[in-house]
Write a protein that binds this ligand. Structure first.
Ligand SMILES: CC(C)(COP(=O)(O)OP(=O)(O)OC[C@H]1O[C@@H](n2cnc3c(N)ncnc32)[C@H](O)[C@@H]1OP(=O)(O)O)[C@@H](O)C(=O)NCCC(=O)NCCS
Length: 155
């Protein structure tokens, strides 16, 4: 699936054949972070990238302009156990290149995700947002839910 936004930015859903694009992104993904001075995640193997993009539960969109990556959006498909839509989305991560923020790229990525959700019979998307991005999500129609997100890292 491919979408052209009005700014000429092309947004496409990656598949396993796009492993190279994911590897290139990993080399400079610090530029898509809240703090671009952190080190990039780097060192992604071709097989690892291919396996990730080939996972049917993974959705990964890339926003590009003239061959350069402007932003990305990564979601997981969460099956639901009860009546209603068969699944919902968990928005795991997204980022706009630090030099391209506040120009509508994040909003365009979410619009493409929402189009995909409608086409696939989904009604809800969840995001464990960092504080920096909360205002952005609210501008794009997300609302705060009850409760808190907890995490446990096995030592
Ligand atoms: C959050 C992020 C993805 C937003 O992307 P973006 O391309 O700059 O967003 P857009 O330009 O589409 O902004 C859409 C709207 O949200 C607003 N907005 C954008 N970033 C915002 C922020 N950090 N706080 C409050 N509002 C924000 C914009 O002003 C715009 O409002 P408008 O339509 O009324 O003009 C980007 O700042 C980013 O990559 N941050 C670092 C990584 C990160 O925090 N990711 C989220 C992890 S949960």
């Amino acid at each position: 699936m491919e979408t052209l936004t009005n700014a000429g930015v092309r947004i496409r859903l990656l598949g396993p054949e796009d492993a190279d694009a994911l590897i290139r992104l990993a080399e400079t993904d610090n530029l898509f972070d809240e703090d671009p001075s952190v080190v990039p995640s780097g060192a992604l193997t071709y097989d690892g990238a291919r396996s990730f993009l080939g996972d049917p539960g993974v959705l990964f969109w890339l926003a590009e302009l003239g061959g350069e990556t402007m932003g990305f959006l990564h979601c997981c498909i969460q099956r639901r156990r009860n009546a209603g839509p068969w699944a919902e989305l968990l928005l795991m991560e997204m980022g706009t290149h630090a030099q391209w923020r506040r120009r509508g790229i994040g909003r365009s990525l979410l619009a493409v995700m929402e189009e995909w959700m409608r086409e696939h019979g989904m009604e809800e998307v969840w995001v464990p947002a960092n504080l920096y991005a909360t205002g952005f999500y609210e501008k794009c129609g997300f609302a705060k839910d009850e409760g808190e997100i907890l995490v446990k890292a096995l030592g």
